[in-house]
Design a protein around this ligand. Structure first.
Ligand SMILES: [Ca+2]
Ligand SMILES: [Ca+2]
Ligand SMILES: [Ca+2]
Ligand SMILES: [Ca+2]
Length: 415
């Protein structure tokens, strides 16, 4: 993220998911304070902090299958780590203790759910639940609807294929608590004999079953989340079959040049979120480890690289803006920088949001704006964030004073 090749002394501090440690630097000494929040991609500029920081990790011996995830219930240990070691924990340790099967390296929380194996491959508590595919080009999203392209992973769904219905729960992120359940629709299951193979991954199925469900009557130019539950019809009754999918995120279209760029940016970012959820990038990434896909060095913090990488195909001169301060300067030079408090009034999808955890006037974390949600109390902003625990997440944050700057995208920036 910030550790440029020439300034490795500007250090980042990443921690466990629930607490982080921040340094307040004075001219001659440094104090250490612990803040309880979910923190991430901090960097401290113009300091010479070479000290290690204490982070929570798990012993390698509690990760029997060596997939990077210790067994659930493993004892946490506090270890001293250099800033770069905080990305994955130092050698001899792993970062997470969330492995629901520590005898099978293909099973862990960022594994892809494999069809028909009667296993919970992704440790989310559901076996063979339906999974929704992401497409970076957004070609399944329209002005007032989108299609969910869904992998059928449970054999029971096949056995009811002539009377199978999908029910979609959907909400715009700007009103995420007001989800609506769409009427159940009869679905058609398609069979793919030769499945698309993700480069770098073994082919795990000889056949793949898919269905597509269109979600209609939506607002244009809006980021939505949706999840699907299947039913079969018995007489006049609908009976649930297989588990509900995880939330799927997408954005509807609208007219206009800038809006079409925002649409492309958001879809490109959401595909990366999906790749992170399937363990292809980030922590123990199968294709691109850590933030290397986004131009970061292995173990380097990569939240800013992630934001810049998403925008690079569409926005001029942003690809080398690899720190929060460089990104803030970029938007400042375009007369497009605003205080975080302006977000409810003017922020739009794809805009840049910088966080400043220690209120020192220097950016600590880079994120992408998705929505301002007034239905949550207090109101929250939805963000797409790189390098949260070396993963990509979609999360909400309170609009408090850690939300530092808003960078607005303008047509003058388009390539
Ligand atoms: Ca393991
Ligand atoms: Ca495992
Ligand atoms: Ca599962
Ligand atoms: Ca499975």
């Amino acid at each position: 993220m910030y550790l440029s090749k020439t300034s490795k002394k500007n250090f980042l501090f990443l921690t466990a998911l629930t607490t982080f440690t921040t340094f307040t630097t004075f001219t001659t000494f440094t104090t250490l304070t612990t803040i309880t929040t979910t923190a991430v991609c901090l960097f401290y500029q113009n300091t010479s902090l070479a000290e290690n920081t204490n982070i929570t990790c798990y012993n390698d011996s509690d990760d029997s299958d060596h997939d990077g995830y210790a067994r659930i219930g493993a004892t946490a240990v506090t270890v001293s780590a250099t800033p770069n070691e905080t990305t994955n924990c130092p050698a001899g340790y792993v970062k997470y203790a969330t492995d629901c099967d520590d005898s099978n390296s293909k099973i862990h929380p960022k594994a892809r759910e494999i069809a028909f194996n009667l296993k919970d491959d992704n440790c989310n508590g559901n076996q063979d639940e339906p999974t929704v595919n992401y497409f970076a080009n957004g070609d399944r999203s329209f002005v007032h609807s989108f299609k969910m392209n869904i992998d059928i992973n449970n054999r029971a769904l096949l056995s009811y294929r002539d009377r199978l219905y999908a029910e979609v729960e959907v909400a715009p992120l700007r009103a995420s608590t007001l989800s609506k359940t769409h009427e159940k629709k009869l679905v058609t299951i398609h069979e793919l004999i030769t499945p698309p193979v993700t480069p770098g991954l073994p082919t795990m199925r000889s056949k793949k079953y898919l269905t597509e469900v269109e979600v209609e009557n939506l607002q244009s130019d809006t980021v939505y989340r949706a999840r699907v539950q299947f039913y079969y019809k018995e007489g006049t009754n609908f009976i649930k079959v297989a588990a509900q999918s995880a939330w799927y995120y997408t954005m509807t279209k609208t007219a206009g040049l800038m809006n079409s760029i925002r649409f492309k940016i958001v879809h490109r970012g959401l595909k990366q979120y999906s790749d992170s959820e399937e363990g292809l990038v980030g922590y123990h990434g199968l294709i691109d480890v850590d933030g290397t896909r986004y131009g970061a060095d292995p173990t380097e913090w990569w939240c800013s690289e992630f934001y810049a990488w998403i925008l690079t195909p569409y926005i001029k001169d942003i690809s080398d803006k690899t720190s929060a301060n460089k990104l803030v300067t970029f938007f400042t030079n375009h007369h497009a920088i605003h205080d975080g408090s302006d977000i409810p009034r003017i922020a739009e999808m794809g805009d840049y949001v910088a966080l400043d955890y220690d209120n020192d006037g220097s950016g600590d974390h880079s994120t992408m704006f998705l929505a301002y949600d007034t239905t949550q109390i207090p109101a929250k902003i939805w963000l797409l964030e790189g390098n949260i625990g070396n993963l990509i997440t979609i999360k909400t944050r309170n609009l408090n004073n850690n939300i530092w700057k808003l960078g607005r995208l303008h047509t003058t920036m388009i390539k």
